[in-house]
Design a protein around this ligand. Structure first.
Ligand code: FUB
Length: 440
């Protein structure tokens, strides 16, 4: 019965496509992103931060279920629905709100979803596994948690020779062990894996193998909040040698960062999270993606978090200029379109003439559009020049005085084809707010 309900829930969400840019999931909080590639598609297993219904004032994490999202271009994400609920875990506390960072791997024809949860008896966290024939579920949880594992943030590496390893954290310590062939129990005694690392390991390990090297990546606190750091080694359980930081602390003080790294269509990506939609409460977080570059010696170049994210945006879709790749450093800011509905997104404000905002990798295709449509709010009117970088504009948009959001259309005065960046520069007016630009 529970299986049937989960399958039904999954079907209901199939049409709820989200948009690209960062954050990538734009209709709910989706934290602790673990990305996996199954059958040529990318699947995102995330925690689902909510405002706790039993204690709305609680200054802590509250998560009651897991969704899985999928994409085949990293731009469009489809919510495949709920794959596991706290009340469906036989050994879990049905109102624990403790479904923290998960992982999912494929082995021997089955998908194994590993998740932490609060046990119905006892305290702290345990780690469970739920099994499915499909990456989108339904997942059937095992009757009990994995014996010998107390903690959070499970991560599984299936090594090249097929041996599975489980890693987890607890009290700022990292442990790992082999998993049994059926993936539901340990096959070796848990061992500390962080022994060789500098002080500051926190949680959220993500271990992977690339070109014969093993990478242990993890949140690391040196100064107040989490950075993402990494270490490298020659075997799955280490020892690992500390190498440095992949991503610095969030500038706004969001305490956690949780991540995964995945190669998709020849490019490596870092999935991580930030409290974009919840600037006042850093326990409601949202998944983001940025590209990762490896050096020839296997070390990882530091990743700068972006609003733009990854992927090419079709020019004929809404280009959310507030998710810019570059912006004039003074005279611009972003804010929510509707503070009472943060998932409606943001606008970018251009305060005075000559300030600009730029969005990279827009695909105009092989046939030029003939017009641009800009959604603006410009109480005093104004004029926008839209072009590529510092080059000449390809369209000038005269903005009428409008105190409500208004779509303004203008014809292109030259053809634009291929993949370009789009820069909107204010040439007349002040405090002009832009929601999006679309070409047609
Ligand atoms: O989402 C709850 C906890 O915050 C995760 O388990 C940690 O990794 C941190 O992101």
């Amino acid at each position: 019965m529970k299986r049937a309900l989960l399958a039904c829930a999954a079907a209901l969400y199939l049409c709820a496509a989200a948009q690209g840019q960062n954050p990538i999931i734009r209709d709910q909080y989706a934290a602790d992103p673990t990305a996996r590639v199954f059958g040529g598609k990318i699947y995102l297993y995330a925690s689902h931060d909510i405002i706790s219904p039993v204690d709305p004032g609680r200054r802590w994490f509250a998560m009651a279920d897991y969704h899985v999202f999928t994409s085949d271009d990293l731009i469009g994400w489809t919510d495949l629905g709920v794959i596991l609920r706290q009340e469906d875990v036989p050994w879990g506390k049905p109102d624990g709100y403790a479904m923290w960072a998960p992982d999912c791997v494929f082995r021997n024809g089955r998908y194994y979803f590993f998740f932490p949860d609060a046990p119905s008896e006892g305290t702290g966290f345990r780690v469970g596994v739920a099994v499915s024939l499909s990456p989108s579920g339904p997942f059937t949880p095992e009757a009990g948690p994995i014996e010998g594992v107390e903690g959070i943030d499970p991560c599984v590496l299936v090594d090249r020779d097929g041996t599975p390893y489980l890693y987890w954290s607890g009290n700022g310590e990292l442990r790992g062990a082999k998993l049994r062939d059926d993936m539901t129990a340990l096959d070796s005694a848990p061992a500390r894996v962080d022994g060789n690392l500098p002080e500051g390991f926190k949680e959220g390990p993500f271990v992977f193998e690339k070109d014969g090297r093993y990478y242990l990546t993890y949140p690391w606190v040196q100064d107040k909040t989490e950075t993402l750091a990494y270490a490298m080694g020659d075997s799955p359980l280490g020892p690992f040698e500390f190498k440095g930081i992949i991503m610095d602390r969030h500038a706004d003080g969001c305490w956690t960062n949780h991540h995964s790294l995945v190669e998709y269509k020849g490019q490596w990506y870092l999935f991580y999270h930030h409290n974009d939609y919840s600037p006042q409460f850093d326990k409601n977080r949202s998944a983001r993606i940025d590209k990762v570059i490896f050096n020839a010696d296997g070390t990882i170049q530091p990743v700068t978090p972006t609003l733009r994210g990854v992927g090419v945006t079709p020019a004929r879709e809404k280009i959310q200029m507030d998710r810019y790749s570059a912006v004039c450093p003074v005279g611009t800011w972003i804010d929510f379109l509707d503070p009472s509905d943060v998932f409606a997104g943001w606008y970018v404000c251009l305060a005075r003439p000559s300030v600009w905002v730029e969005y990279g990798d827009v695909d105009f295709g092989s046939e030029s559009p003939s017009a641009a449509v800009v959604r603006v709010l410009a109480a005093g009117g104004g004029r926008l020049a839209i072009g590529e970088g510092e080059g000449a504009s390809f369209v000038e948009v005269d903005l009428p005085q409008c105190s409500d959001w208004t779509e303004v259309r203008a014809s292109l005065h030259q053809d634009v084809r291929g993949v370009r960046s789009v820069r909107a520069k204010l040439t007349e007016g002040s405090d002009v707010r832009i929601d999006w630009i679309r070409f047609e």
